[in-house]
Design a protein around this ligand. Structure first.
Ligand SMILES: NC(=O)C1=CN([C@@H]2O[C@H](COP(=O)(O)OP(=O)(O)OC[C@H]3O[C@@H](n4cnc5c(N)ncnc54)[C@H](O)[C@@H]3O)[C@@H](O)[C@H]2O)C=CC1
Ligand SMILES: O=C(CO)COP(=O)(O)O
Length: 375
């Protein structure tokens, strides 16, 4: 039987951490090719080519220093060479490059290859949001699964307990995907709700940003819990409207509630939103100062979500917290420009949230209809 060949595309912090797990699994798994290819966008770091440092010293000195990589993880600097024989192509690159990468690979990879996206982000489209997995399928003409969860690269390589959710529609791929991504302390749950998994991973950024605003306003802890609860309900409504067919169980996976709680306590979105309220800086200035110019996903996702809600006339149904955050999207907007309503909303969600609207009908039997593919 032909062995499954794997290519990892992207050697940043997360890409390298996952590549380490995958390469270690490849040694163990009899039906997987021992060598795992790693496409490296080559850079000179400390006077040496990153690709050479990886192949000679088995260290990614720039993005994941001090972690020994398995010797069967082999760096390539030619994208097509790295991926042309792969059965599974895992993308871990910044979202802005994904179309170019897919165009380079189109027609040069196995027609029955499967892609997996680790990428956070989206591309704006006429309809609002185009999911990265959909972009990959559109431009590379292969199906695409997603891996999302509460995942800190440093914790995964230190073998500290982590969970991740793999969204994959193709039940035939479930076993192999679970086998290649699971780690000694990385638990993988596979669900068939790939869009729900990916969209939860986007919407949570808005709520993380919203929590930062509340923190900046010195709101109490109880409000954070209220935001998480209402926020989760709004996520469910949003996904029910725009990505129908999702299953309730998916929201209670790592990519859903766990990731939401995590980012509402600690994330760059939360931190910058708090700083935004407490200082005179604009969001863009804070991104420049504190994130070396990297863009926050919260305000970007909020902008697109707002278009989607407006276009469909469903703002009232799931736009309360999403909108609270949206009012801050203009980079040069200042606290004094908030209306009293906005501040009330931030200070006391219960005043302006309509419980009726937020009630989610859980159809009888919904919990029987589980998304799980592996348990
Ligand atoms: N770092 C983390 O803990 C997590 C990251 N993610 C997501 O996974 C994806 C990958 O993240 P990271 O591995 O942290 O990498 P990253 O998104 O920080 O990007 C670094 C990678 O992009 C490459 N790169 C830089 N400039 C490039 C260019 N002009 N063209 C092509 N490639 C270029 C770099 O060589 C490196 O491989 C991102 O979408 C990220 O949001 C998801 C979960 C956790
Ligand atoms: O998405 C994250 C963890 O899943 C981190 O989000 P931030 O970009 O806000 O830090």
């Amino acid at each position: 039987m032909e062995k499954v060949s794997i290519c990892m595309v992207g050697s940043g912090n997360w890409g390298t951490a996952v590549a380490k797990v995958v390469a270690e699994n490849a040694i163990r798994l009899e039906d997987v090719e021992n060598r795992v290819n790693l496409f490296v966008y080559d850079e000179i770091f400390e006077g040496k080519r990153l690709s050479e440092t990886i192949n000679q010293h088995h260290i990614n000195s720039k993005y994941l220093p001090y972690v020994k990589l398995p010797e069967n993880l082999v760096a390539f600097t030619d994208l097509v060479e790295s991926a042309k024989y792969a059965d599974i192509i895992v993308f871990a690159i910044p979202s802005k490059h994904i179309i170019d990468f897919c165009k380079t690979l189109l027609g040069k990879v196995k027609p029955n290859a499967l892609a997996v996206s680790l990428i956070k982000g989206f591309l704006p489209s006429e309809g609002g949001i185009e999911l990265i997995s959909h972009t990959i399928t559109k431009y590379l003409k292969v199906p695409c699964a997603v891996l999302v969860g509460v995942n800190l690269a440093s914790e995964i390589v230190a073998n500290k307990f982590c969970e991740a959710t793999l969204g994959c529609r193709d039940t035939k791929q479930t076993r192999i995907l679970k086998e290649i991504f699971k780690g000694p302390s990385l638990r993988i749950v596979v669900v068939d709700d790939a869009d729900c998994v990916e969209v939860c991973g986007l919407l949570k950024h808005i709520l993380a940003f919203g929590t930062g605003l509340l923190d900046g306003l010195d709101c109490n802890e109880n409000i954070r819990s209220a935001l998480i609860r209402f926020g989760l309900l709004e996520m469910m409504h949003f996904i029910d409207i725009f990505f129908p067919g999702s299953k309730l169980g998916s929201f209670f996976e790592s990519s859903g509630i766990s990731d939401l709680i995590t980012v509402c306590y600690g994330s760059r979105n939360r931190r910058i939103a708090e700083a935004y309220i407490r200082t005179d800086y604009t969001i863009e200035q804070l991104e420049g100062e504190l994130l070396k110019g990297q863009k926050l996903l919260g305000p970007m996702v909020a902008k697109e979500v707002n278009h989607m809600l407006n276009n469909k006339g469903v703002e009232a149904k799931c736009g309360n917290f999403f909108n609270m955050e949206l009012r801050t999207k203009t980079p040069d907007m200042r606290l004094q420009e908030y209306s009293n309503d906005d501040l009330n909303c931030a200070q006391c969600p219960s005043d302006c949230l309509d419980d009726e609207l937020l009630n989610v009908d859980i159809p009888s039997g919904a919990m029987d209809n589980q998304p799980y593919l592996n348990e």
